[in-house]
Write a protein that binds this ligand. Structure first.
Ligand code: FAD
Length: 553
């Protein structure tokens, strides 16, 4: 049975309810998805439940950088820079179509945070710690070379820049591909299933949980030898379900991004720049748009509804207008936005910006294994650490052993690309195929970064569809792929975490949304009422991307 198909939901639910798993994972963000793949690839019988869609939480709301960790140098977290640099290389290796090199410009100004000397030294250290390849090592640029790279930069006081290596990856896509690979290795992963209560067996140890199928509003028991809580900002909520007297471990910090169309902010180059209040933010070109972020503020509001406030949006807009004067960007120019929560581990007396981005594992007296903190970049190693721990426990408590970890060598879906099967060659062929189908401009980058070689399956479908435009034909192929191969249950799942259009191409949704809705109706055999509700839900999601609240809820 294809458990990657949303149409097989009933059968997948029945497996979750009727089998006993070695490991159950709560949370379908990048942390949970990485653990599912690692554990399944070692031969464990794995279940993963996600209360909404995969990547519903922080894992679709990040800056989408696979960091070398330059920021951490400021706090002298040398070990962390070294580790994330190493992990960045691994993740690029297993998914080079998704984890894209992104050169970053760090301009320095008279009276700025960093001078030329400090920038040069920091980037030199960073290159060595993060093991940046010789050809990608930092260059120090003169004022004129800097302006040649990015002519829109503020010229007043500009002295030069550092030019260094980062990588960019769509966080939700990386999560979905880990989920898919986990399923391909035998894991049962399902969205819209929430863990409601824990079950306890001998010695009061956790033996599973009561789950709720959110779509049918029905509960069932899921049995497992070990349970991992990988719920990011929800970590403490779950820990308290297990142990009512547990103290909070997390400090939640909100981070916001805004998206501006390329015509309004035509950056040639990603820039990491100073904000007048002393912080630093990124402006990153992405296909047909540029996104800007982020903020870092303590959050105590409702974690289910994290909003971009007008104040957040204006802060980023002002900072952008300050660094790229002459554009005079206004709130009406913001096409989309997102707000996410960093699940940071609380250390008394430190502000959001000062708290470490390190991950930690906690084990409760009932054996609930919680992993939290960390970064998108470090997900694979975090997963390895948790599954190592589970494997040791299996060996000790149950005399059961599993294979060694091998996720460094598991090429994610969309590959492989290597010396023989070159990414550039595939992109060339893909560009020609898309051109023949009437799709030029940003479409080759979009398809490559989203699907890699999986684009072939989608493009093979499109000549057979009725359509008025090439975009309509493409959307029909993508809906098919998302429903049958990527567990997309709703049009919001599709336009959000499967294709990223809600984030980077909100205006483009309007022209294709009816075709997508019609295909969802057909696949799921919806009644008229169900279609109406799905259309309403999509409209609400579209509206929410630019519906700035006055304050946090
Ligand atoms: P989440 O993605 O939040 O996943 C937890 C999941 O658990 C959610 O989907 C939630 O719905 C689910 N869940 C909760 N309760 C239940 C339940 N009862 N039952 C079932 N499911 C449940 N890192 C980088 O490496 N690079 C960056 O550029 C970067 N930028 C960032 C910028 C911002 C603004 C923020 C906020 C973070 C950034 N990070 C970055 C950090 C990174 O995004 C996070 O570390 C990572 O996404 C956390 O993933 P997670 O899976 O632990 O949590």
């Amino acid at each position: 049975m294809n458990t990657r198909s949303a149409l097989n939901r009933e059968a997948t639910l029945s497996k979750l309810g009727n089998e006993t798993f070695d490991l159950a994972i709560i949370g379908g963000g990048i942390t949970g998805a990485g653990i599912a793949l690692d554990a399944a690839s070692r031969g464990m019988k794995v279940a993963l439940v996600e209360q909404k869609d995969f990547a519903n939480g922080t894992s679709s709301k990040s800056t989408k950088l696979i960091h070398g960790g330059l920021r951490y140098l400021k706090n002298l977290e040398i070990g962390l820079v070294r580790e994330v640099g190493h992990e960045r290389a691994v993740v690029h290796q297993i998914a080079p179509h998704m984890v894209i090199p992104q050169k970053m410009l760090l301009p320095f100004y008279k009276k700025g945070t960093f001078g030329p000397m400090a920038t040069s030294i920091a980037l030199w250290v960073y290159d060595r710690l993060a093991k940046v390849h010789d050809r990608d090592r930092r260059k120090m640029l003169s004022r004129q070379q800097t302006l040649d790279k990015e002519p829109l930069l503020k010229q007043d006081g500009l002295k030069g820049s550092g030019y260094y290596a980062e990588y960019r990856a769509d966080d939700a896509r990386l999560t979905i591909e880990n989920i898919k690979s986990a399923v391909d290795h035998g894991a049962i992963c399902l969205n819209y299933v929430s863990a409601e209560k824990f079950l306890y067996g001998a010695n009061e140890k956790i033996s599973g949980m009561i789950c709720r199928d959110v779509l049918a509003d029905e509960t069932f028991e899921l049995k497992a030898t070990f349970v991992v809580n990988a719920t990011g900002p929800w970590t403490d909520k779950l820990r308290k379900k297990d142990d009512g007297s547990a103290h909070d471990k997390l400090f939640l910090s909100k981070g916001v991004h805004i998206v501006i169309a390329k015509e309004k902010l035509p950056l040639r180059q990603a820039v990491y720049f100073d904000v007048p209040d002393g912080r630093m933010i990124f402006a990153i070109p992405h296909h047909r748009a540029t996104y800007i972020g982020t903020t870092d503020t303590k959050y105590t509001g409702d974690i289910e509804h994290v909003k971009v406030t007008r104040e957040d949006a204006l802060y980023l807009l002002d900072a952008t207008n300050n660094m790229f004067p002459g554009l005079d960007l206004k709130t009406e120019d913001i096409e989309s936005s997102w707000a996410g929560l960093r699940p940071l581990i609380y250390k008394g007396g430190k502000s959001a910006g000062e708290l470490s981005r390190k991950d930690e594992i906690f084990i409760s007296k009932h054996d609930l294994i919680t992993i939290t903190g960390g970064k998108l970049t470090g997900y694979r190693k975090m997963a390895q650490d948790v599954v190592d721990l589970v494997a040791r426990r299996f060996e000790h408590d149950h005399q059961k052993t599993f294979r060694e970890v091998k996720t460094k060598d598991i090429v994610l879906n969309g590959g492989p690309f290597n010396e023989q099967l070159k990414l550039e060659d595939y992109k060339k062929t893909l560009t020609e195929r898309l051109k023949a189908a009437g799709l030029e401009g940003h479409w080759p980058d979009y398809m490559l970064e989203n699907y890699g070689r999986q684009s072939d399956a989608i493009l093979e479908k499109i000549p057979y569809y009725d359509r008025n435009t090439p975009e309509e034909a493409l959307i029909r192929g993508e809906v098919w792929f998302a429903v049958i191969h990527e567990l997309a249950q709703t049009p919001v799942d599709f336009f959000g975490h499967r294709t990223g259009r809600l984030f980077y191409d909100l205006p483009g949704i309007e022209t294709v949304k009816n075709v997508a809705l019609e295909d969802f109706e057909t696949y799921f055999d919806w009644e008229e009422e169900e279609l109406k509700n799905a259309a309403l839900e999509l409209d609400r999601a579209i509206q929410s991307m630019t519906d700035f609240g006055e304050k946090d809820l």
